[in-house]
Design a protein around this ligand. Structure first.
Ligand SMILES: Nc1ncnc2c1ncn2[C@@H]1O[C@H](COP(=O)(O)OP(=O)(O)OP(=O)(O)O)[C@@H](O)[C@H]1O
Length: 646
């Protein structure tokens, strides 16, 4: 049977109690023994490493979404904590209440080792899945916990030392946990204290922002502690009924929860709430008397509820920028609702979808609907920049940094996006070396241009897009997993045009926009026959191709009342799989399978190339895709074709 190492036997652990854990040595031994007994009860085998499967990105995105308040308030605190433990071969982790890692920040060398034991987002570290470990055990015991080296139930984790504190919500429920894990040889007795203080900071932020309509009292017996991590906080209704208090508040008030629940402001602070509220505008602190007769210094705040907080989120209208993309397709509407939920927060979003499906448009709308709307929106297409230039383009360079560098250098796209949104299109095409640099910039929020000695602070929200399967790329080693999780707090997938149910509305919107761009002309309709053709087309170039087809058709139909089949490109009907019928595009496309879909797209591209005598630019223009897309699709088609040579 696996035996718990005695904490006192490890000199590194001596004094852990004095530096953060709530337990003395005998308590710790008992705590680890309890955790081991539970772990054995779960049927875990100490010598056997369990499967290390992470949740799929979208499932992880849903968990992050479900814990969005915790995530939002924890992220900046994690960054600060990470800066404090930088270069200590360790990482900072945030989990939800079930122990699934939601977010991680770490040092390069340790991250690679941590990945081997699945210390990565999407993996559960609950006791039932990993046995005794700081995260699972802290959550099970609802107390700050250190689990060091051989105290881990699984031998695979004996190389780790972990310090974890649960994070309680404003009404006391455990929302998740904050953990620092590192190499056991680097155990530092102050780590637990840092983790506890950071967890406390997150709890205080959550508390201060939780009650939409409340009188908030921040108090402490020492005036210099009001407004710090150590202040007590208590929330009351506007007529003085007690709502909740944070840890320090509960400690200072010194009453049992049942007694507090029945108390009011006057009973706890010795004067009516109205009197305290009248004094709240004064710059000086207010003196109040606790039931224990102890006098405390207090700052009193009152927040009235914004009307919208009372309405369920789902009923709120979309902000105009997002509403403009809502053309009636259910999948698109679901995407818009998801991004709307995080629109006020700097959460990185990964937009997935085929070429031309509207990823950049969505990114622009996300920016326009965010508090950064007045800042810049800078788009970078990683597939369109030669590999050798990506670094200079993104990170900037000093004068003379490399041969061919512009005089006076360049700030780079990241710095240009300062205060706004950086849209990284085709992020899957970014070379690995630049992925490492980008990761560092996002972590440190500062960029060092090529040839520069000084880092420049950058404040950007990142929205990335890809048509590639980044998880498959991670598996084959061509995309960094840490970057993937960094850019992918929320992943959304735009449907291909042929999967959308809103083609007529989309057509109408595109024609309307094109009319607005090219001056007042009589409104154009699309004939029923032509609409049926549009519906049955496979649209490999998606909305971009549709917009191009409509632009040309509108010009050809000038002076007529509607766009007819004769205004659509030559060969259009054949691409639709024959004569016009009213069947949806899916029936003309291959039955299923991403591979066959690609072959079929490659076939359409080959036909277009044949029509244009092999001229890639002309074929690209007709299909409404970039030349890069044509090259890529042809290459993918050939790579997948077992009969292809070479
Ligand atoms: N919701 C929309 N309504 C009207 N037109 C749209 C919409 N979304 C996209 N478009 C049109 O489709 C074109 C392509 O869109 P966008 O550049 O966003 O696609 P993308 O998915 O980023 O493409 P790529 O993968 O090639 O970078 C736009 O220039 C615009 O003309």
């Amino acid at each position: 049977m696996h035996r718990a190492a005695h904490p006192a036997a490890d000199p590194a652990l001596a004094g852990a109690q004095r530096h953060g854990a709530d337990t003395d040595d005998s308590d710790r031994t008992a705590l680890i023994a309890r955790a081991h007994a539970r772990s054995a009860g779960f049927g875990l085998d100490a010598g056997h490493a369990p499967g290390y499967e992470a949740l799929a990105a979208c499932a992880l995105g849903e968990l992050v979404d479900a814990s969005r308040d915790l995530y939002r308030h924890a992220l900046p605190v994690m960054e600060t904590l990470h800066a404090q433990i930088a270069n200590t071969d360790s990482m900072v982790l945030l989990t939800d209440s079930s122990g699934v890692i939601l977010h991680s920040l770490g040092d390069g060398a340790f991250v690679a080792r941590a990945r081997r034991v699945a210390l990565a987002p999407g993996v559960s570290w609950s006791e039932p899945s990993k046995g005794t470990n700081a995260i699972g055990t802290a959550l099970a015991e609802a107390r700050p916990t250190i689990v060091h080296a051989g105290e881990h139930f699984l031998q695979a984790n004996h190389q780790l030392t972990c310090s974890c504190a649960p994070i309680a919500g404003p009404t006391g429920e455990i929302l998740g946990a904050l953990d620092v894990s590192g190499d056991h040889r680097g155990f530092h007795r102050h780590t637990m204290a840092l983790v506890r203080m950071s967890a406390q900071m997150i709890e205080n932020h959550l508390f201060a922002n939780h009650f939409p309509e409340a009188v908030l009292v921040r108090f402490h017996a020492r005036p210099e502690f009001v407004g710090t991590l150590f202040e007590g906080m208590a929330a009351f209704t506007p007529d003085g009924a007690f709502l909740a208090a944070n840890r320090s508040g509960l400690f200072q008030l010194g009453l049992a929860p049942q007694a507090l629940a029945l108390s009011g402001f006057a009973a706890l602070f010795g004067q009516p709430v109205r009197m305290a509220m009248q004094a709240r505008a004064a710059a000086t602190l207010h003196v109040l008397t606790l039931p224990s007769r102890v006098q405390v210094f207090a700052r009193i705040e009152y927040r009235a509820a914004p009307v919208s907080v009372r309405q369920p989120l789902a009923e709120e209208p979309l902000p105009p920028a997002l509403a403009a993309l809502d053309t009636g397709d259910a999948a698109v509407a679901a995407v818009l609702r998801r991004v709307r939920k995080v629109s006020g927060r700097d959460i990185p979003i990964l937009v997935q979808g085929r070429t031309g499906a509207g990823k950049e448009w969505l990114a622009r709308a996300i920016h326009a609907a965010s508090p950064r709307a007045t800042g810049p929106f800078v788009a970078v297409n990683c597939a369109a920049i030669p590999e050798t230039l990506i670094e200079a383009e993104l990170f900037g360079y000093e004068e003379g940094a490399f041969t061919g560098a512009r005089r006076r250098g360049s700030p780079g796209k990241l710095a240009q996006a300062h205060g706004g949104t950086l849209f990284l299109d085709e992020i899957g095409d970014m070379p690995l070396a630049q992925q490492v640099r980008l990761m560092r910039v996002l972590q440190e929020r500062a960029v060092t241009p090529l040839g520069a000695a000084q880092a420049v602070p950058v404040d950007v929200r990142v929205v990335c897009a890809t048509h590639r399967d980044l998880r498959a790329m991670i598996a084959e080693g061509s995309f960094r997993e840490d970057l993937y999780y960094r850019i992918n707090a929320l992943a959304v997938t735009l449907p291909a045009l042929c999967e959308r149910s809103d083609l007529p509305v989309l057509v109408e919107r595109i024609l309307q926009r094109q009319r607005e761009e090219s001056g007042p002309e009589s409104p154009l309709r699309v004939s029923a026959q032509a609409m049926a053709l549009l519906r049955s087309h496979p649209w490999p170039g998606n909305i971009r191709q549709l917009a191009n087809v409509l632009r040309t058709a509108a010009i050809l139909a000038e002076g007529e009342v509607e766009i007819g089949c004769e205004h659509l490109p030559e060969g259009f009907e054949q691409e639709c799989g024959g004569p016009v019928d009213l069947s949806p595009c899916a029936t003309t496309a291959p039955a299923s399978g991403a591979g066959r879909m690609r072959d079929w797209e490659a076939g359409i591209i080959r036909q277009a190339l044949a029509r244009h005598g092999g001229n890639v630019s002309h074929a690209a223009r007709e299909l409404g895709v970039s030349r890069n897309t044509i090259y890529r699709r042809l290459k993918e088609g050939l790579d997948d074709d077992p009969a292809a040579e070479g």
